[in-house]
Design a protein around this ligand. Structure first.
Ligand code: FAD
Length: 501
């Protein structure tokens, strides 16, 4: 089919999540007269609010879903196109959208995020949580559920099992301990009592929910409605909205049909062997069930540890896959092992004038020894910001150096109502056996772990109100030899801040 370009923009950014929106903001404020287009499949965009630089590399912020017009009001040269990209031709530098537009670009940044890895395609009993719509679909199904099985051991599973009340949760993890992506077995042990205890009363709900549930404005494309229906049915997400982020569960009541507060049991070191319905169970008499599973559960899950559980539905929380699909056909993108678009230290993919940022890309430059990529909100913002800068300076032919935020991995979050700060090689990632751990733990209060390599601090996990993040960040950044201090480093009676002042 022959298409004619509707318009060629100087910069086109695909994706209205945190990476894409931050990239647009950065570009548009750096190059006020530039012609910028944002193409996004979701009906809302994500914006960062209340941004706070906590220390040199740690940052905290909130996220709001907004109508795209908010961005257009700030940047008059910005055009927002509400449609999904269907295909890309990097030779002719054109993009075709689902609603039939053909757009040209001089420089393109792909920020299309990622989508959940699903345990089963098109199974109405397998749900996932990715965006506002899927979170609401989950909430609705949960309100009638007595038992669910959560599969996965990353951040989403961790938050879910803690937040869900009034419903028995069976949590299947493939590792020996919970939360393997974020911490070690010791920290996991620290958290286990929180799963067994009743949850503390929630603080008053925030005045304005971070995730709005407004209907799309009149004239918005079909994507939202179609997406919403498909999510409600639990089929594979096609054109997703932006991924959720910090505090996604705030303002959503995650309560099942029972009166219990918490009832979580963990099945360790297992994966899913088979998922089958009640009808399939009746026709396979060889299936053995423990007594509490016999009955009329709508779906059954068999784990590789030999156990089979009946439940109302299964939550697939086993990670994400970069959303690269519409961009690959006919082009020559180099892909990383995790299927992300490879980007260099200037956020450029292997195709000329095509950049990428956020969950869709894989950072393939030589990393600082204290940084690693994790598909997190903070990194989506940092990459979007940096990609915007790179695109602008490349037009101006100016040099640019890798941003300081890529020097040290740092992340603040909350698990089980505890503040969690992760710094550097917090889990000894890539260090082999050649490292030492110092741990301090006060039950129900704090867990502090320091990773030392060659006498220098290279990572830390801080759980609870430890107030150690800034000092430890400095110690990691300045790579001071800490051998003379030994275990005194974690002596609670020493004011470590004064010590290193
Ligand atoms: P996204 O936010 O996914 O945005 C992608 C955008 O691209 C969307 O606007 C989408 O509509 C658009 N798009 C996709 N395909 C197309 C197409 N073909 N054409 C046009 N537009 C398209 N991170 C944290 O740091 N802390 C947390 O506590 C945390 N919790 C999370 C909880 C949940 C339930 C989930 C799912 C994720 C969580 N994350 C968290 C991860 C975080 O949300 C993501 O890393 C981050 O949102 C990635 O941002 P992004 O801009 O790259 O992608």
């Amino acid at each position: 089919m022959d298409y004619e370009n509707e318009k060629t923009f100087q910069f086109v950014i695909v994706g209205g999540g945190i990476a894409g929106v931050t990239c647009v903001e950065q570009l548009s404020s750096q190059m006020l007269s530039a012609d910028v287009a944002l193409i996004t499949a979701g009906s809302h965009i994500k914006t960062v609010t209340n941004y706070k630089q906590v220390s040199k590399t740690l940052e905290e912020f909130e996220v709001e879903e907004r109508a795209p017009s908010v961005l257009q009001e700030r940047f008059p040269n910005l055009t927002v196109i509400h449609s999904a990209v269907k295909s890309l031709n990097t030779q002719s530098r054109t993009i075709i959208t689902a609603d039939g537009r053909v757009l040209g670009y001089k420089k393109l940044c792909i920020c299309s995020g990622s989508r959940p890895k699903l345990l089963a395609q098109d199974n109405p009993y397998v749900l996932w949580i990715r965006d506002t719509d899927s979170a609401q679909a989950f909430q609705k199904r949960l309100s009638k559920a007595k038992r669910i099985v959560v599969v996965g051991n990353g951040g989403i599973a961790l938050e879910l099992v803690y937040e869900v009340e009034g419903c028995e949760v069976i949590w299947a993890v493939k590792d020996k301990a919970i939360g393997n992506t974020f911490f070690d077995a010791g920290a996991a042990q620290f958290f286990i009592p929180s799963l067994e205890a009743d949850k503390p009363e929630k603080a008053a709900p925030c005045k304005r929910p971070r995730y709005t549930t407004e209907e799309p404005a009149a004239g918005a494309s079909q994507t939202f409605t179609a997406d919403r229906n498909s999510l409600a049915l639990g089929s594979a997400p096609t054109e997703p909205g932006s991924a959720l982020g910090p505090d996604w569960h705030e303002g959503i009541i995650l309560r099942g049909a029972e009166l219990v507060s918490h009832r979580v049991s963990v099945e360790y070191e297992c994966e899913v062997a088979k998922i089958f319905t009640n009808e399939e169970l009746l026709t396979s008499p060889q299936q053995t069930l423990c007594p509490e599973n016999v009955g009329t559960w709508p779906v059954y899950i068999q784990l590789t540890n030999g156990k089979t559980f009946g439940c109302d539905f299964i939550v697939s929380a086993t990670g994400v896959v970069p959303n690269t699909e519409p961009f690959l056909h006919g082009n020559n993108f180099a892909l990383a092992d995790d299927a992300g678009l490879q980007v260099n230290d200037q956020m450029m993919t292997s195709e000329p004038d095509v950049y990428a940022a956020g969950d869709v890309c894989t950072a393939c430059w030589e990393h600082s020894p204290l940084w690693q990529q994790m598909r997190l909100w903070t990194q989506a913002r940092q990459m979007g910001w940096y990609a915007g800068r790179c695109m602008a300076v490349h037009v101006l032919s100016e040099p640019i150096e890798l941003e300081f935020c890529f020097e040290l991995f740092s992340h603040i979050t909350k698990f089980f109502n505890y503040k969690v700060v992760l710094l550097g090689k917090f889990n000894g990632q890539g260090l082999g056996p050649d490292h030492e751990l110092l741990v301090r733990c006060t039950k129900d209060q704090e867990y502090v772990k320091v990773v030392l390599s060659g006498g220098k601090m290279v990572g830390a996990v801080l759980i609870g109100e430890t107030d150690l993040e800034e000092t430890f960040e400095n110690l990691i950044l300045n790579q001071m030899d800490l051998t003379p201090y030994g275990e005194e480093l974690l002596n609670p009676n020493i004011d470590i801040e004064d010590y290193f002042d």
